[in-house]
Design a protein around this ligand. Structure first.
Ligand SMILES: Cc1cc2nc3c(=O)[nH]c(=O)nc-3n(C[C@H](O)[C@H](O)[C@H](O)COP(=O)(O)OP(=O)(O)OC[C@H]3O[C@@H](n4cnc5c(N)ncnc54)[C@H](O)[C@@H]3O)c2cc1C
Ligand SMILES: Cc1cc2nc3c(=O)[nH]c(=O)nc-3n(C[C@H](O)[C@H](O)[C@H](O)COP(=O)(O)O)c2cc1C
Length: 603
């Protein structure tokens, strides 16, 4: 008899949950005694302590979010185990494994998984296999680490490879699909189905879903002055009718809005053309009996709808297919050549070719279905293999006080040409572009944790590109009440993409904003100027504000080089202006971070 196993995940945007589900499916196939599959904070701590004492094994899939933070779905557990009054050996019976999800582009790579692992060991727990850390920046993403780590978990649990019987694809599915008689009373209108969908509560940190109404959109960029065709859209949503439970009337600067997009009609059409399925058939999707006992799933189950509704709202048709997708598709290929190629992509030896085919050449699930026409799993397997279409997060650009009944989004639209010369538009970007005034936009609020503005302190706001969104929200509220607010804004050119220029000029006039410092990266062909360079140019003033006046520094925008460069420039200011040694300046910045005086929200 195998030991009981619990798979728990801590996620901010759903990836850890996908990985946990994938692992749970593999455990079931290997006849492990899987007991639970849940978010960490949905699992009672007392139960965990009890089960640890009865030799249960816990497998944790943990992502890092914010600026090295623990995801909100593990915050309670984390706060409990980091308490200094816990007896040293309290977890001495606990056997565990951790897989971290992170991205080396961030300063604090996989900080949550690493600190959780260290703390559990400090409390006496023992690892059944070494900690493994997935990296989004790596080609192929976290798969490179995940597969060897999963194998090591199976070995540690002494699980046999799946038997020929259990490798039947149907058994692997979490979901099952039932066709319903189209004359059935179960038939629902789109709006009723959507109302049902609203019952889903995405996570403990988020509030109820609301069907907002599009008020207006405005293109904030001027194509005449930009060469790359990039577009930034201001989106205004009407939330006047929102129920108090949604908290959409009382959001704060730094809060996040999640938009629930739909696939573009052309992607949905392509799916039905490629699969030959009937989009108008009524279906009912539910979690398979054998998996239902373990927990909750990020999928709109138990509500009859048309297959087209389900595909358009629930399946990420343009996601990059991962190795697991090829592995599950291969058995269904009728043509030997296709089967062989799919199996090659799914194998460890095929990693380089998979990286070229899927990642470098930017293929989507739809393109794989096109390239392998003989591989057609039954629909109940297919819906289980295609990743769930996730809501997209946006830092709110408005103020609930200054813009009552409204939520503003500043969205940089994803549009690019793949190496194979396909034009690719992001799911939510295409959704925004398709909207007309009065259209319904399902959204829900998440209380932000990375940016928490302090009005009683001077503020240094650093928001290049769409990172200016939370800064606009904060300044619309009135900004700092006790000292200057300085905004460093960066974009490519003054005439091309100086987002919200009029608003910031108005804030300056009203003295909500003390100084606006801009960095236009493409205006001087001899050198690119970014916000970090402007901070250096204004070294004395910036350091004085930070060091002498205790200013808070807020940073938002695209991840990548910018957040690291900002941190480095503050350390440099400590040395050059503050005359601190390298070590003292680094120490000073670390203290700012731990006191919440240096906050970052980068995506
Ligand atoms: C907390 C948080 C706050 C955010 N706030 C904002 C905000 O205020 N404004 C904002 O615009 N976005 C913000 N985002 C990002 C936003 O959630 C979406 O990721 C973004 O809008 C793209 O969504 P999409 O569905 O249009 O693109 P998707 O369909 O998700 O496609 C995006 C993917 O396309 C690929 N890609 C994009 N560009 C290229 C390229 N040039 N070449 C090759 N591949 C490419 C990348 O793999 C990328 O992951 C935020 C994200 C988070 C997590
Ligand atoms: C807003 C944001 C902040 C992030 N911060 C970090 C970080 O500080 N360190 C890190 O290693 N990865 C960071 N990441 C990368 C995520 O951990 C990684 O994408 C992970 O796969 C997300 O898993 P999840 O969807 O389960 O939350 C961040 C991602 C986002 C979107």
């Amino acid at each position: 008899m195998h030991v009981p196993v619990h798979v728990l995940y801590a996620t901010a945007t759903g990836t850890a949950q996908d990985v946990a589900q994938q692992l749970a499916q593999q455990l079931v196939l290997r006849e492990a005694q899987l007991v639970s599959l849940q978010a960490v904070d949905d699992y009672p701590i007392a139960k965990l302590l009890n089960h640890a004492a009865s030799a249960h094994t816990f497998i944790l899939i943990v992502s890092t979010c914010g600026d090295g933070h623990v995801p909100i779905t593990m915050r309670n557990f984390w706060n409990f185990i980091r308490r200094s009054d816990l007896p040293a050996g309290i977890l001495s019976e606990l056997r565990f494994a951790i897989f971290g999800l992170g991205d080396r582009a961030y300063v604090k790579f996989n900080a949550a998984a690493r600190k959780l692992c260290t703390r559990l060991i400090d409390l006496g727990a023992s690892l059944i296999t070494p900690l493994s850390l997935g990296d989004d920046s790596e080609e192929g993403g976290y798969d490179a680490q995940l597969f060897p780590w999963m194998d090591s978990v199976f070995d540690a649990l002494v699980l046999r490879p799946p038997s020929a019987n259990s490798s039947d694809e149907g058994n692997q599915s979490l979901l099952q699909l039932r066709y319903i008689d189209s004359r059935s009373d179960d038939r629902r209108s789109d709006s009723k189905w959507r109302a049902g969908e609203a019952r889903r509560k995405p996570s403990a940190a988020t509030f109820a879903l609301h069907d907002s109404v599009l008020k207006r959109t405005e293109v904030l960029t001027n194509p005449d002055f930009l060469t790359d065709g990039k577009e930034v859209l201001h989106v205004e949503l009407d939330v006047t009718d929102a129920h108090p439970e949604t908290r959409l009337h009382t959001y704060e600067p730094g809060d996040i809005i999640h938009v629930v997009p739909r696939n573009s009609p052309s992607a949905v059409r392509a799916f039905f053309e490629l699969t030959g399925l009937d989009g108008e058939a009524m279906i009912d999707v539910s979690v398979r009996e054998t998996m239902r006992q373990f927990g909750d799933y990020h999928c709109n189950t138990g509500m009859p709808c048309t297959l087209r509704q389900f595909v358009s709202a629930q399946l990420d048709l343009t996601a990059t297919p991962r190795r697991q997708f090829f592995k599950r598709l291969a058995p269904f290929a009728a043509l030997g050549m296709e089967k062989e190629k799919l199996m090659h992509f799914a194998s460890a030896g095929g990693t380089e070719d998979l990286n070229q085919y899927a990642y470098r050449e930017k293929r989507t699930i739809l393109l794989v279905l096109r390239d392998f026409p003989s591989a057609r799993p039954p629909i109940e397997t297919l819906i289980d293999m295609i990743p769930v279409l996730r809501p997209r997060a946006f830092s709110i650009a408005s103020s609930a006080n200054a813009h009552p009944g409204s939520v503003h989004i500043c969205a940089s639209l994803v549009k690019y040409q793949t190496p194979l010369r396909f034009l690719r538009v992001g799911v939510c970007s295409a959704f925004f572009k398709s909207l007309k005034k009065g259209d319904c936009v399902p959204i829900f609020l998440e209380q932000g944790t990375s940016l928490r503005f302090q009005t009683k302190r001077p503020a240094i706001l650093i928001g290049p590109g769409t990172g200016v969104a939370p800064m606009r929200s904060y300044l619309s509220e009135g900004g700092s009440t006790t000292g200057p607010s300085i905004l460093f804004f960066g974009c490519r050119s003054e005439k091309g993409d100086f987002l919200y220029r009029r608003d910031f000029e108005l804030f300056l006039k009203r003295k909500t904003l003390t100084k606006l410092i801009t960095a236009f990266s493409r205006e001087d062909p001899s050198q690119k100027v970014y916000v970090q360079h402007r901070i250096e140019h204004n070294a004395e003033q910036t350091w004085k504000l930070v060091f002498e006046q205790g200013a808070y520094v807020y940073v938002a925008g695209a991840a990548g080089a910018m957040p690291k460069a900002i941190r480095e420039v503050i350390v440099t200011l400590g040395k050059t202006v503050g005359q601190l040694s390298e070590a003292s300046s680094e120490q000073f910045v670390k203290r700012m971070e731990s006191e919440g005086r240096l906050q970052m929200e980068c995506w």
